[in-house]
Design a protein around this ligand. Sequence first.
Ligand SMILES: Nc1ncnc2c1ncn2[C@@H]1O[C@H](COP(=O)(O)OP(=O)(O)O)[C@@H](O)[C@H]1O
Ligand SMILES: [Mg+2]
Length: 512
Amino acid sequence: MNLPKISFFDDPKSQLWIKEVVQMSDPIISGTLIKNSKKGVQKEVTYFIQDGRFANNKKYIDLQNVTLDKLKNYGFKLTRNRKSVELFAHNEQAQVVWYDYMKSFCIQRGFNNVYSINKLIGKGNFAKVYSAQKKSDQSLYAVKAFDKLKFQDIRIDKPALIKELSIMRKMDFRGVIKLHEVYENDNYIFLVCELLEGGELFNQMKGKAYDEKTVANIMYRILQSIDYIHSMGVLHRDIKPENLILRTKGDMADVVIADFGLADYYNPSGDYMFKRCGTPGYVAPELLQDKIYDFKVDIFSAGVLMFIMLTGASPFKAKSYDEIVMKNYHCQIEYSLINNHPLSEEAIHLLRALLEKNADLRISTELALQHQWFQKQADYQLHLEENLPRHKRNSDLYARTPLMGQELNQSLTSTPLSVTPQMRSKSNTADINREEPNGSTFRQQSQSVKVQKQECILEENDYNVNEDDDIPHSNQIKMYQIQPKLKKNQEDQQKYNVDNANSIRGSLKQAF
Ligand SMILES: Nc1ncnc2c1ncn2[C@@H]1O[C@H](COP(=O)(O)OP(=O)(O)O)[C@@H](O)[C@H]1O
Ligand SMILES: [Mg+2]
């Protein structure tokens, strides 16, 4: 007999069927399916799908990342940990309907039968992105391919990918990347997404300062999309130019937030899979400072974007990476730069409200969207009408988040500072690996960094601490890359931190 293939998502701790009754209340589909019993007798049983579960009146399968195969005779097969169930619909139409609902939660096989890869269109830290064509109708998609061999630590990378998938599956908003389906073969995990053909936002901008109207239209869409993401209980945590992609060439305001690789569900106690993560130069200071943080981290990053678009330069003037980190950490924003640009009072007010160092005083997305600056820019209305009702339906969670409904902080900080070039490093040619056709050219991304809760990796040279209380401690750092180089009592402090780190590493090992 042919044993089902092992899946990347298999987990010996979870079973295929869970013997627990799911009360049918609001299923997305229900109906009878045919099951062949061991004795060869055909039985009709009523099944339904609700909250990502495929259930009958006795038990259910959690469909998230179960392998789904199509079978002959209108059938399909669900497999987890090499345990399978085969079920058959009454006709082809019913099979298609059941299958389509299931595939939005499941992992499919046979990617190469369905899609042909065209060319490499992007590369991030963890995956390569290709344009691909669906063979059946020639429609185009973007495929984010994760090379299984590149997962360095499966204990970290696997739950991280599972989380990315779980979050992406929930997203359904014009300004947020849409995941269509997921495939797996022996070498790769493929996330099939909408193809965004306009390129990364900053490829268009080329470091120039943009006029307020253009920026307002872009910012409105970005803030609206962040608001939507937050309304789903999710923090993106890596809002930056590389992760903002235009849907079509030239339409600057039709910008889409991509890359949920560092996203997580909001947790009031600050307990995240990667507590310290993001990209230096864009990340909120409270995250760098190891404080408990919330949705406001994304708002700060949006402020950095707005600053760059209006001035053509980063708000953190620095000659080195460490200096960027340091300025970012202390929120030392180069406001003098905006003097070179004839910006309106409203633009400056919103900019400062978004870049407010104190997260409690930082403006919420809701208030930012009502800001006078946007009201003075007529075009934003277009985007408002088109999108708002859909996500506002998610009112339950939205109402509970602590950020909504706060008063606008009128006080404006004025920190005197200087200027920085954009952080992105220059072009790099794609390497092409075994299953990858036609490489294309792309720029190297600024590095997103992530740190698993309590994990600590130290690197000589990069590891510097001082004795100030507000400097990150080693036991909370994997982000050695974003650790500022500091001065006094370095050796003593370093020794303390290394000892501390070793003990944590020891306890981590035990935990696994
Ligand atoms: N749906 C898409 N359409 C077009 N280009 C995309 C799409 N998704 C990603 N890209 C490109 O690929 C790059 C890497 O994708 P991303 O999801 O950010 O991966 P990583 O998590 O590795 O950073 C992006 O910066 C962007 O240029
Ligand atoms: Mg990215």
